[in-house]
Design a binder for this molecule. Structure first.
Ligand code: SF4
Length: 288
């Protein structure tokens, strides 16, 4: 079959698994080979297809930890609430393996320290992030009741507090959202900034944005429940026509009509095998 070279498919320089996710998956697979009962508390990463692949290796996702009486519980990359972590560790019939990403741990430690430091004890901790995201829920639990979550500039504009502020970020926020909130808070309060956005997130955002500038269409690959993938889609939508998909089955051939170039970008929790499957499928469409 003769290849039609009309459609160019480019992949963002930084796409797919980051250090933290790779580390957590390797750890889970290693433990699954050694132990019989292996659980992750909530999905280990925000990618349903990769979670399903791990389930086939015997790694079960658990929503309610009280149902486990024995075995090994792996804590997900984006952490779990402080109290729950302590409770699990007290349970001597299970072993807890902490796969929380070191960058998330760093953010948790900063929040914890700010909530107990004598110097900071009267200051509010503004957490820039999504209220319902597991990472943010866990971060708040380290804040000793001092955290206020601010999702965007509109919420920041409405914020009314009485004292000075420390600002910390969810690791996967965009610098644009973080900076706009910091600017607004600094205008009204004495504010100290602790930027905890991780480099893997920044690298993926920058390379997706750069690619979006140079193609007719962007396909963002990753879990619909993945915050960092959703933000890649938000960034690219501003630049060019963009679709956020999870698997090859989500591809609509009509998208590629009259298109000369397609860019692929993927969140930090998207495995290479899904990116490759999608690249292959798009190239096949081009052959017809
Ligand atoms: S995106 Fe960053 S913080 Fe989150 S798991 Fe990956 S390296 Fe860690």
């Amino acid at each position: 079959m003769k290849a039609n070279t009309r459609l160019k498919v480019k992949i963002a320089k930084n796409a797919g698994f980051c250090f933290g996710v790779r580390r957590a998956i390797d750890l889970a697979e290693k433990i699954a080979k050694e132990k019989a009962e292996v659980y992750t508390l909530g999905p280990i990463i925000h990618n349903p297809q990769e979670v399903e692949r791990l389930e086939k290796q015997g790694i079960k996702t658990l929503e309610d930890p009280s149902r486990v009486e024995s075995g090994c519980v792996i804590l997900r990359t984006h952490g779990i609430p402080f109290e729950l972590h302590k409770k699990l560790e007290k349970n001597k019939s299970i072993s807890v393996i902490d796969a929380t990403c070191p960058f998330v741990k760093r953010a948790q430690n900063i929040v914890k320290q700010l909530s107990t430091d004598i110097e900071s004890k009267d200051k509010t901790i503004i957490l820039v992030g999504e209220k319902v995201h597991p990472e943010v829920i866990a971060l708040v639990s380290y804040g000793n009741g001092k955290c206020v979550v601010v999702e965007n500039i509109k919420v920041a504009q409405k914020y009314k507090g009485s004292g000075d502020i420390n600002v910390v970020s969810q690791t996967t926020q965009t610098p644009k959202n973080f900076d706009s909130i910091v600017k607004e808070l600094k205008r009204r309060y004495k504010t100290k900034v602790h930027n905890t956005i991780c480099k893997a997130t920044l690298d993926r955002q920058k390379s997706a944005e750069k690619l979006a500038d140079n193609v007719d269409l962007m396909i963002i690959i990753g879990g619909k429940n993945s915050g960092n993938t959703t933000r890649l889609a938000q960034i690219c939508t501003v630049k060019t026509k963009t679709y956020h998909i999870e698997t090859v089955d989500d591809i609509n051939e009509k998208w590629f009509k009259n298109i000369k170039s397609v860019g692929l970008a993927a969140g930090a929790s998207t495995p290479d095998w899904i990116i490759k499957e999608i690249e292959r499928k798009i190239k096949e469409i081009d052959l017809r």
